[in-house]
Design a protein around this ligand. Structure first.
Ligand code: PGA
Length: 259
């Protein structure tokens, strides 16, 4: 029996101007009148956070950012702190996305700093972990994920880990149309939960939501989202179409009733 509320996060990446974001919100709330027991967050680019946040405040949808810098304020040209994200209504922040690791020099150390900063500013981190294709083929999937978990959760209080969201995103499945099979996803998700149980405690492991990300679409969402250790999805490309995104949300199980 689990009480984890399914969580679907739209990661818009570098897409949508402010008018596009507002148009999406109108279309989504028209398409999906009620969200049921599913929690939903949208992560637009920084430029649309404020305007989207104002409209989302009238809805059950939550606001998320795609990154956060670890200092609070000061001479850091081009950076945005957690306090600023909080100021525009963010509740969540995606940290350590593989595109940031790939193109912007993100490392396990910087991920760890961002996580601590997010918690300091009362944002919930959505920490991304995942292996590349060569790592999977060399049977290193778990070694990589364990290292990312260890570093990401280093010096975090247990009470904070509970609020964490972890997103397992196999790098080879992001934006490629190649999804992990539901069995592959479930295998890694249950290993992450076991790791949390051993390294934190059983109750914490039961509370942490573990999302799957990587080419989630309406047509494969039900199979993935109904796996016992998959608590939702981090959706990139398919979150840019409000009807497709609504159909993904409809695939999330109403967990607290069904098991
Ligand atoms: P995708 O992206 O759904 O387009 O594969 C997922 C992500 O990068 O979070």
């Amino acid at each position: 029996m689990t009480n984890r509320t399914p969580f679907i996060v739209a990661n818009w990446k570098m897409n949508f101007t402010v008018p596009d974001a507002l148009k999406f919100e109108t279309a989504l709330t028209h398409e999906l009148k009620a969200t049921g027991e599913v929690e939903i967050a949208i992560a637009p680019p920084f430029t649309a956070l404020y305007s989207l946040g104002v409209t989302l405040a009238e809805t059950p949808y939550k606001l998320a950012a795609q990154n956060v810098f670890w200092e609070e304020s000061g001479a850091y040209t081009g950076e945005i702190s957690g306090a600023f994200l909080k100021d525009v209504g963010c509740e969540y922040v995606i940290i350590g996305h593989s595109e940031r690791r790939q193109y912007f020099g993100e490392t396990d150390e910087t991920v760890s700093k961002r996580i601590r900063a997010a918690l300091r500013d009362e944002l919930v981190p959505v920490m991304c972990v995942g292996e590349t294709l060569p790592e999977r083929e060399a049977n290193k999937t778990w070694t990589i994920i364990e290292r990312q978990l260890k570093m990401g959760l280093a010096s975090i209080f247990l009470k904070d880990v509970e609020r964490f969201v972890i997103a397992y995103e196999p790098v080879w499945a992001i934006g490629t149309g190649r999804t992990a099979s539901s069995a592959q996803a479930e295998e890694v998700h249950s290993m992450i939960r076991d790791w949390l149980s051993k390294n934190c405690d059983g109750a914490t492991a039961e509370r942490v939501r573990i999302l799957y990300g990587g080419s989630v679409k309406a047509k494969n969402a039900r199979e993935i989202l109904t796996q016992p250790n998959v608590d939702g999805g981090l959706v990139g490309g398919a979150s840019l179409d409000p009807i497709e995104f609504a159909n993904i949300i409809r695939c999330a199980p109403q967990r607290s009733q069904s098991n």
